[in-house]
Structures are given as C-alpha cells and as structure tokens.
Write a protein that binds this ligand. Structure first.
Ligand code: 5AD
Ligand code: SF4
Length: 472
C-alpha cells in the first residue's frame, strides 16, 4: 500500500518551492499526498524562522501530535526547513517524539532519512554547518542547492512556477535570521536555470517567478563572463510558451539600471518590483544595517518610476525595531505616503536569537506600541492601494487566469461558469465571472470596480458580428 504523506508549509515562496520538491521526490518513492494529518502515516512540517510567531505555531502543532504518536508509534513526524536548521537538537528536546529534523540544505536526503527512521535506526538529524563553523567553501558546500525534480501537481497552479536562481543571503541585516539558516549567497548556473524553465514551459507553464532572498544580487561567473539577473531575464525571454517573467525579492542597493532597462524592454517581464524598504529613518536603517539611506532608497524608487512607466512597486516594513521613536515611526509613515507602493507587507519586529540585532540592541518597544504602529501604517498603505486601484475602473487589462476564486472554492462551485481569479501583468488581483476552460489563459478583462486589494471585472467579449469577405 502507498505510504501516505501530509505536509504543511509555512513561510515564503522559497519554502513553498522546497515543499514542492520534497513532495516530488517522495511521490517518486511511492508516497501519496493526503489532505489531513489524521489520514497520514508520515507528517512533515516545512518551517519558517523569520518571526517567533511562525515557530510558536509549529511547536503547538507538534504538541497536538503527541497523542497521535502515542496511539500510533509508527507514525513518522518530521521538521524540515529553517526552524530545523536554527533549533537543531532543541526540537528533539522540546518534542521528543519527532523522528526527523532536516535543514534547508539537506532536503534531498529526506526520502533516505525517512527510510532509516522506518527501519528503526532512531531519530535523524541532518543540518548544514553554522556560518562560523568552517571556511566559506566548506559552509557553502554544506548548503546543497536542491532543484532536481518538479511535480506539476504541487505548483501554485499548473500555469505558474517558482524557479530558484540563488540560495542564501550575505547581507546580514541585523534583525534577520535568514543568513544563518539559509547559508551563504550562491547563484545557480544560468544553463541549469534555463533548462528548468524550458522543462516547465514544455509542461504548459505560462508564468515563471525567479526566486532569491536578494534575487537582484544574482551573479554567476564562468570563463571570465558574468551573468547578471538582467542577462538571465534576456535568456529566459526567448523561451516559447512562457508569457510572464517575475522575480522576488529585490535588495534596494542592487537595483541597477541594466535590470530596470531589461524590465522596460522585455515585454514578458512583469512591471512589478518587490523592493523592501523596511524603515524610513536613517538611524533605524543604520541599526538594521540595510546599507542605504532613505535618500538613496528614494533615488532608487524615482529611477524605477522613470525607467519603467506604470511599474507596480511593493515593499516590506518592520515596525517597532529596537529604539524606534514616535518621530522615527512618523518618518516611516512619510515614506509610505510618498512612495505609492502597490501594497506593503508590515511586520512587528520579532527578536531572533543569534542575530546581531538580538545581541546589540534591546527589544524595547512594547507590544501594544508595535501593534498600534502596525495598524496605522497598514491604514495609510490601504488608502494608497485603493486610490491607485481606482483608475483601473473602465480600463482593459490582460489577466493570467489562475483558477476559481476563494469564494467559489468555498461554495464548492462545480459548474462550468464560476467566479475566477487571476493577476494583471503588474501583479494586481482580478476577480471576474468566467468559464472553467478559461483557467490558464491570458484574457482581456474590463475592470468595473476596485478596492484596495482587488479589481473586479468582466471578460471582454470579442466582436462576433457577420464576417466580411473581400471579393477581390
Ligand atoms: N521581525 C519582523 N519581521 C522580520 N522580517 C525579517 N526578519 C524579521 C524580524 N526579525 C521581515 C522583513 C522581510 C520579510 C520577509 O520579513 O520585512 O523583508
Ligand atoms: Fe534577511 Fe536582509 Fe538577507 Fe533579506 S537581505 S534575507 S532581510 S538578511
């Protein structure tokens, strides 16, 4: 009988892609995926360490499995990803019934490690070296990039795929755990990336999103020739079948003109750029060690808007970072007001043990102040998002149709006509009534209504009058 796998994924797109690849390798090893932990004999959590809250959720989910494991000791429970790399043995101490702890650099070993557990070889721990535990080359080697098999069924939709172009991060922003859990920055060879993109296109994929923690820092050198992200985009642009190319997440300092010109000149490149600012005041940016001033961020933003007309820019912000005063917060609010981001993701600072921020600065902003600043910033951003969506009313946009909207999934709509959801080239969400066979197509949609988060529209009906033949 097939072994049954339940996998739960939290965190960023990188984690979604990792889960997709783990599932692909386990399907190959004879597993089938089930939708509830109760139905599974193997339960895996692919975890995130960026904020405390994400970790707490995993530890409580593990706590809930304690009884299931007591009743059924053959059930295998595994913790994968960033929290596995960060907490390592601590996970076995806090949840002794966990069988398997595997860091993001060892995911290719999951099938073999599961076999070892099943064979009675006891708890398995596989993680990479800490960032100070060897030479750069040794540490790099201990984080193995993992992009072999793809499983079309695990993609966000069959028409969209993530492709990793680099792993790790070398920026060491003081609040961030990513450089320690995902290791040194390493770019994949362009020919591997292209081969993967061609395979995806052959499987019917229309949109590819290139992934990297600082995706625009991508640089691959071989035989005295360096490939930058702009060069890579050019190379992928030729692939037949691919209609859209996106890339996330960008680091402001690496937003070079060659990249912006590539986005402007290559029609398949989405005019959508996620470039987190994180904060407004220069003293906070310095304590975060972001490597730019707010003036430099503004200059970069002006360059984006000047080079790529109509670009949709999005950002991340952390509120309540160590020592953030009311005036500091006001400076962040001002940056949001003037920048006209399409949207912003706003987070309350969460101290991460092991980061420079945790050792250098006190997490001194009370939780209620963080919450208030978070809500205030969100309100400012939402007002802008709504105002910037309004001009779309009456316009025609091209939408890549992703599938049934959340509402129609909830209603269990199973007829041919239903509410569909897709995105514009500039990453705006569009909801409209359509036909099931339109899923996966690029469709012209006229927008009739808009709020801060969604455009609502209807399919543009093609002219269907009598055909006129020339008698020539
Ligand atoms: N606390 C809160 N937010 C954080 N982020 C990264 N580290 C932390 C932290 N310690 C946010 C940043 C980043 C996004 C992915 O998560 O805004 O861009
Ligand atoms: Fe974290 Fe900064 Fe690297 Fe982004 S650039 S992953 S915020 S250290």
């Amino acid at each position: 009988m097939a072994k049954r796998l339940y996998i739960e994924t939290v965190g960023c797109q990188m984690n979604m892609l990792d889960s997709e690849l783990v599932v692909a390798s386990l399907r190959k090893a004879g597993y089938e995926v089930v939708d509830k932990p109760a139905k599974a004999d193997t339960i895996l959590f692919n975890t995130c360490s960026v904020r405390q809250h994400a970790e707490d959720k995993i530890y409580s989910a593990l706590g809930r499995l304690k009884h299931a494991k007591q009743h059924n000791p053959d059930k295998i429970i595994g913790v994968l990803g960033c929290m596995a790399q960060k907490d390592q043995r601590l996970i076995f101490e806090r949840a002794p019934f966990v069988d398997l702890v595997v860091g993001p650099g060892q995911l290719h070993q999951v099938p073999e490690l599961l076999e070892k557990v099943a064979a009675g070889e006891g708890q398995q721990l596989e993680v990479s070296l800490d960032r100070k535990a060897g030479t750069r080359a040794e540490i790099e080697e201990s984080f193995e990039s993992y992009d072999p098999l793809r499983d079309p069924q695990m993609r966000p939709t069959p028409y969209q795929a993530f492709v990793r172009i680099m792993i790790g991060c070398d920026k060491f922003c003081t609040y961030c755990i990513v450089p320690s859990v995902r290791g040194p920055e390493q770019s994949r060879p362009p020919e591997h990336i292209e081969a993967e993109a061609r395979q995806l296109a052959a499987e019917g994929c229309r949109e590819i999103t290139l992934l990297g923690q600082t995706v625009n820092s991508y640089k691959h050198g071989a035989n005295g020739h360096t490939t930058r992200l702009s060069d890579l985009l050019c190379r992928l642009h030729d692939i037949e079948g691919i209609a859209r190319l996106k890339f996330v997440t960008n680091f402001p300092k690496d937003m070079t003109d060659d990249l912006l010109e590539a986005v402007r000149d290559l029609p398949k490149c989405s005019p959508y750029l996620h470039v987190p600012a994180q904060s407004g005041p220069n003293d906070v940016l310095a304590r975060m060690k972001r490597g730019y001033t707010v003036e430099e961020y503004r200059e970069m933003l002006a360059r984006i808007y000047a080079t790529v007309p109509g670009a949709a820019v999005t950002s991340d912000f952390i509120v309540g970072f160590c020592g953030e005063t009311d005036e500091d917060f006001e400076a962040t609010a001002q940056l949001v007001r003037e920048s006209r981001f399409k949207n912003s993701f706003i987070f309350k600072y969460s101290e991460r043990p092991g980061t420079k921020g945790a050792s250098l600065y006190a997490d001194d902003i009370p939780e209620d102040v963080k919450r208030r600043r978070n809500n205030e910033l969100l309100a400012i951003q939402n007002e802008i998002s709504e105002a910037d969506n309004q001009p779309f009313v009456g316009r025609e946009v091209e939408v890549l149709v992703e599938g049934p909207s959340k509402a129609s999934q909830k209603h269990g709509d199973d007829g041919p006509v239903l509410q569909l959801v897709g995105r514009t080239h500039c990453d705006r969400i569009v909801v409209f009534t359509g036909n099931r066979r339109q899923i996966g197509q690029l469709l012209p949609i006229t927008i009739v209504e808009a709020n801060a988060f969604t455009l609502f529209g209807s399919v543009v009906t093609q002219h269907a009058g009598p055909e006129v033949y020339s008698l020539g």
